[in-house]
Write a new protein. Structure first.
Length: 150
């Protein structure tokens, strides 16, 4: 699967660990955002690049990382058709896929440790969308987007 990982400077080190982990899992990884952990890079630009890759079909899923995960998740969710969830544990990442058919996992590099982050990545990629009653809710989200993003 093609996956995009993107971060601001605060999430750079974790982004590179996630990239390595995804490649070991056999995924093709596109890297966006910060090129170092020391040179300032906006989470807005990092989120926009990731969202554009997902919307265009260049990537099927994404991992978005900033200091808290809050800013970048807000940016990514501004794009029509994307369901991004800010997660802080494996259960949340699993539910993001199972219940919400999320395409983008967001996390905070200053909030979760590397072990938890990689466990969330595993859960996000191991889980499948459950459909059924959850599909009804996801369809309702899509209808809402159609109304408000005309």
């Amino acid at each position: 699967m093609k996956v995009v990982v993107s971060s601001d400077h605060a999430g750079y080190d974790l982004k590179m660990k996630v990239k390595e982990h995804l490649e070991k899992m056999g995924h093709e990884v596109i890297v966006e955002g910060a090129v170092s952990g020391t040179e300032p890079y906006s989470y807005v630009e990092a989120g926009q690049a990731l969202a554009n890759d997902v919307i265009s079909g260049k990537a099927e899923r994404g991992i978005a990382i900033c200091g808290t995960g809050i800013g970048i998740s807000i940016v990514v969710n501004k794009f029509k058709g994307i369901r991004c969830g800010l997660c802080c544990n494996e259960y949340m990442a699993r539910m993001l896929r199972q219940h919400n058919d999320g395409q983008v996992l967001a996390m905070g590099a200053r909030v979760v440790g590397q072990g938890v982050a990689l466990n969330m990545v595993d859960a996000f990629f191991d889980e499948q969308f459950a459909g059924e009653r959850h599909a009804v809710r996801v369809n309702d989200i899509c209808k809402q987007e159609e109304e408000f993003f005309k």
